[in-house]
Design a binder for this molecule. Structure first.
Ligand code: FES
Length: 170
């Protein structure tokens, strides 16, 4: 492999990337690999919209340079599930209607997924702690928390609704 190439594994596929070593991983994912799950929000590592999972740890792709990703395993939202076969966490977000504008969703889901990978049954406090630096401008935090709680196997307020009330929330 030529020395100017950086080898990445993204969603299980190997890519050899030629770009400046300080290029943010987010630019590679979106511009070179057409993976648009991770969003550009602040570009400063502060909002969480660009979150991906690198070697099972949540990382902010806007501030991770390409050079730091060589030979590492990267998962984006596209690697988590599909429309027909969503990850249980994605399914929980749908059931709990945990979105308004949706811009933060990639970061919320990938950060929560990283938490569930290391702790399949986190407490409410642990979920809040993990998501505390993911920003949602719409204020959908209650629904997002409920979705992650459900994915972690906890009962949520929705579980106590009647069938008719549940239908009415859709
Ligand atoms: Fe990366 Fe905001 S765009 S943290």
């Amino acid at each position: 492999m030529p020395s100017n190439l950086v080898r990445l594994t993204v969603n299980g596929a190997i890519h050899d990337i030629a770009a400046a070593p300080d290029t943010p991983l987010l630019y590679i994912l979106r511009n070179d690999l057409a993976l648009n799950g991770p969003k550009f929000g602040c570009g400063l590592g502060e909002c969480g919209a660009c979150t991906v999972i690198i070697d099972n740890v949540a990382a902010r792709a806007c501030v991770v340079p390409l050079s730091a990703c060589a030979q590492r395993s990267i998962m984006t939202l596209e690697g988590l599930g599909t429309r027909d076969g969503p990850d249980p966490l994605q399914a929980a977000f749908v059931v709990h209607q945990a979105a308004q504008c949706g811009y933060c969703l990639n970061g919320m889901i990938m950060t929560a997924k990283a938490l569930l990978l290391r702790n399949p049954r986190p407490s409410e406090q642990e979920i809040k702690q993990a998501l505390r630096y993911n920003l949602c401008r719409c204020g959908t935090h209650v629904e997002i928390l409920a979705a992650v709680m459900a994915a972690a196997g906890h009962a949520t307020a929705r579980d106590h609704l009647s069938e008719a009330d549940r239908d009415a929330t859709h």
